[in-house]
Design a protein around this ligand. Structure first.
Ligand code: GLN
Length: 490
């Protein structure tokens, strides 16, 4: 019998469609895998065994009735716990949402269900998606399947780890500053941040609304393309959703080709401060793309060094507004309402003090400060100007180049606990991923071998807004030219 958990999503769908294995058998194999390894990996916050088996059984029934099956029918998926799924606990990695069960499906969730994708459960994440290591989860960190003492990246460490540990062939992540791509890089998986507006944000618990974007995680480029094609496309329920057709990313992933492409290597995203192994693999990627017919040239984006500072003003500002609704009155946790005769404000204060973790409180305070009268122009206003300059750097680069290229992350996975004491060193992990979010463009991380420490390294392919097709074409070439060791969680 085929080892069902080792199959890609595309292979899994084929196995289910041909009847070689039932969707229920596929789901059960993954649920068994979760039982076997997730105590050590802790990728999941909630496993929906009953719901997953019922969804799988529905696919088997549809197949038996001769109904048309979608490209991912019967394929298991792990859903980041920031995306609502009707009736299933959604915590965003926070105590403040403990016990909350959303009354509706996010559009992404609804599209997955309609496509016959089997949702296994909800994955761990840094609280409200703020972090680069999943250590800011209120429910304990996720461990990197390649080395359980190391971080799986963040904020979507649970989604990336689930895929890397063969607990699911597919996962959904969200990327506000790198939370799909950086975890992908450090777990040897593929992670895609689609163009802002390409995937509906309806039902995605907002962190920073001008930056947030949901996207796919998987072990192959083709699988991420299949998942993107399933979740992308205009949604009238999200006013920021782009009313444009979804590019043919599946065709692009199948026909990887960089002949005649002009690719710019961003000077500012590399060099000093980057691990030797990361630089080496990146240089090899450049050499391979050149060999295969691309013209690869260095390009300067002079404002990129200010991206991190601008992001850490814009994100906290938006987050301080978005998270104001978590006040103990509407969702989840409520603390101290029977302790004396407290006022509403006191209950709100007690709930927030007990329900939010340190990093969340830090960002809310930073954001309210940056938005306060007297400081607004100096901080938030200035950051918005920098954001415009960064978008202009991209525009100038894309006038000359089809795609841009950089490492995804400056280092391989660091040790759990190594960077929790100093927020700034944690923030620096996002230095390569943040510019894309500020501009609203697309980018993805493709695994490209390992460093001297034996840990995975990712190469980032960046594309202009709605340039997903050419991005997947180049990503498929990179993937085909490297074989990474997939022996994880021994
Ligand atoms: N690590 C970044 C942050 O902490 C990215 C977050 C994200 O993409 N959700 O803000």
């Amino acid at each position: 019998m085929t080892d069902l958990i080792r199959l890609t999503a595309a292979q899994t769908a084929a196995v289910v469609a041909s009847g070689e294995a039932s969707a229920v058998e596929v789901a059960q194999a993954h649920l068994d895998r979760i039982t076997a390894v997730d105590e050590r990996v802790h990728a999941f916050l909630h496993v929906d065994t009953e719901g997953a088996l019922a969804a799988a059984a529905a696919v088997d029934t549809a197949r038996a009735a001769g109904e048309h099956l979608g490209a991912l029918a019967g394929v298991p998926l792990a859903l980041k716990d920031v995306m609502t799924q009707k009736g299933i606990p959604t915590t965003c990695g926070s105590r403040i949402l403990e016990g909350w069960r959303p009354p509706y499906d996010a559009t992404v969730t609804a599209r997955l269900k309609a496509a016959g994708v089997v949702i296994l459960g909800k994955t761990n994440m840094d609280e409200f998606a703020m972090g680069s290591s999943t250590e800011h989860s209120a429910y304990g960190p996720t461990h990197n399947p390649w080395d359980l003492e190391r971080i799986p990246g963040g904020s979507g460490g649970g989604s990336a780890a689930a895929v890397a540990a063969f607990e699911a062939p597919l996962a959904i992540g969200t990327d506000t500053g790198g939370s799909i791509r950086q975890p992908a890089a450090v777990t040897g998986t593929v992670g895609v941040k689609p163009t802002y507006g390409a995937v509906s944000r309806y039902g995605l618990v907002a962190l920073a609304s001008s930056l947030d974007q949901a996207g796919p995680c998987a072990r192959t480029v083709l699988d991420t393309a299949l998942l993107h094609a399933t979740i992308a496309g205009h949604d009238p329920l999200d006013s920021t959703s782009a009313p444009v057709p979804v590019p043919d990313v599946v065709g692009a992933a199948l026909r990887g080709d960089v002949r005649g492409m002009k690719i710019g290597v961003v000077t500012e995203l590399g060099g000093e401060g980057y691990q030797a192994g990361v630089r080496q693999r990146f240089d090899e990627a450049v050499a391979i793309l050149t060999e295969l017919g691309a013209e690869v040239v260095e390009v300067s984006c002079p404002n990129f060094p200010y991206a991190l500072a601008a992001y850490y003003l814009i994100l906290p500002s938006e987050c301080s507004s978005n998270l104001a609704k978590f006040d103990g009155m509407r969702f989840g946790l409520r603390v101290g309402e029977n302790d004396g005769s407290p006022s509403v404000e006191q209950v709100m204060g007690r709930t927030r003090a007990a329900g939010f973790g340190d990093e969340t409180i830090r960002r809310i305070m930073l954001g309210t400060y940056a938005l306060s009268a007297g400081y607004y122009d100096a901080y938030y206003g200035k950051a918005l100007k920098v954001r415009t300059l960064i978008a202009r750097d991209f525009d100038a680069a894309y006038e000359q180049y089809d795609l841009l290229l950089s490492p995804t992350s400056p280092t391989t996975a660091f040790r759990l606990g190594e960077k929790t004491a100093d927020p700034l060193t944690m923030y620096l992990n996002d230095v390569c991923t943040i510019p894309t979010n500020l501009a609203g463009h697309a980018a993805m991380s493709v695994p490209f071998g390992t460093g001297d420490d034996g840990l995975p390294i990712g190469v980032q392919v960046l594309a202009p807004a709605l340039g997903e097709a050419r991005m997947f074409r180049a990503a498929a070439v990179l993937e085909a030219s490297v074989r990474s060791n997939q022996e994880v969680v021994r």
